[in-house]
Design a protein around this ligand. Structure first.
Ligand code: B1M
Length: 213
């Protein structure tokens, strides 16, 4: 891996939030592809942060500072992910489910969807079933995207799908789920329309859903 990417990765792991912007800008000035910076440096860093947390080598405060550092890096890359100028490809409502505060992956999915020409209504984190149902009724999106990073919040996705069914809304919106602990088998079990392993897969799914309409 290029030393530029290694430096960004190390900065995120160490939570060097005052230096990250400079490092990302420098990598861009050396023609590193933004997607490579995201995947090989920023996301790779968060994976390492997760491992260190699991091994109790770091704790929540360190994880938070790393997350903040990653977000600062992502903000610089965000304008560069904007491909198609139009935002009429379709509408996606996105949220991290109730009880879950992780939003980096969701934000990345939102950025890539916007870059692909979707209009994204990002409801944020810790969003409960009732709020989601209200937004689906109000906005009538093509796709509802749900993110969960905790095994304890995954069942919330099933609750949302069940509530859509009960209110007669299930046929009106495609439900896409994702997040580190989620997989295809889980998505199928809860009756989601699709599962995205990463942000690129999420964009492809959304494209497929809109094409199906
Ligand atoms: Co948390 N955390 N965390 N954390 N955290 C994990 C998830 C954990 C795996 C760490 C570990 O133990 N190794 C673990 C969960 C264990 C489990 O459930 N089995 C964990 C824990 C335990 C916790 C707390 C409970 C810790 C505590 O308080 N004791 C707590 C819970 C708080 C809560 O949510 N209620 C907590 C808190 C936090 C912070 C607030 C400190 C911070 C989040 C900050 C933020 O998001 N603003 C944090 C972080 C940073 C992590 C790790 C280290 C990194 C997550 C991340 O941002 N990854 C994480 C370890 C890990 O995942 N390796 C961990 C980078 C991001 C780009 O990837 O989100 O997976 P990801 O998104 C990917 C794909 O999953 C996919 O696309 C993205 C891009 O490729 N994707 C979708 C995501 N959503 C999608 C939706 C789609 C499609 C694709 O369609 C709709």
């Amino acid at each position: 891996m290029g030393s530029q990417l290694e430096r960004i990765k190390t900065a995120v792991i160490a939570g060097k939030h005052t230096e990250i912007e400079e490092f990302v800008r420098e990598a861009l000035s050396k023609d590193f592809d933004p997607n490579r910076i995201i995947n090989d440096a920023l996301i790779a860093a968060m994976d390492e942060v997760g491992r260190r947390f699991a091994d109790q080598r770091i704790y929540v405060p360190e994880m938070l500072v790393s997350a903040m550092t990653m977000k600062k890096g992502l903000e610089i890359l965000k304008p560069l992910l904007k491909g198609e100028k139009t935002s009429d490809r379709g509408v996606v409502v996105m949220a991290t489910v109730k009880g879950d505060l992780h939003d980096i992956g969701k934000n990345l999915v939102c950025m890539m969807l916007e870059g692909a020409g979707f209009r994204v209504v990002d409801l944020g984190v810790d969003i409960g079933v009732e709020d989601l149902i209200r937004k689906v009724e109000e906005i009538g999106p093509h796709v509802l995207g749900l993110s969960a990073l905790l095994t304890t919040t995954m069942p919330e996705m099933a609750r949302v799908i069940e509530a859509l069914r009960e209110r007669g809304l299930r046929g009106r919106v495609k439900v896409m789920v994702g997040g580190a602990p989620v997989d295809l088998a889980f998505a199928e079990r809860i009756g989601a329309d699709g599962y995205g392993k990463d942000a690129s897969e999420a964009v492809q799914l959304a494209r497929d859903f809109v094409a199906l309409k």
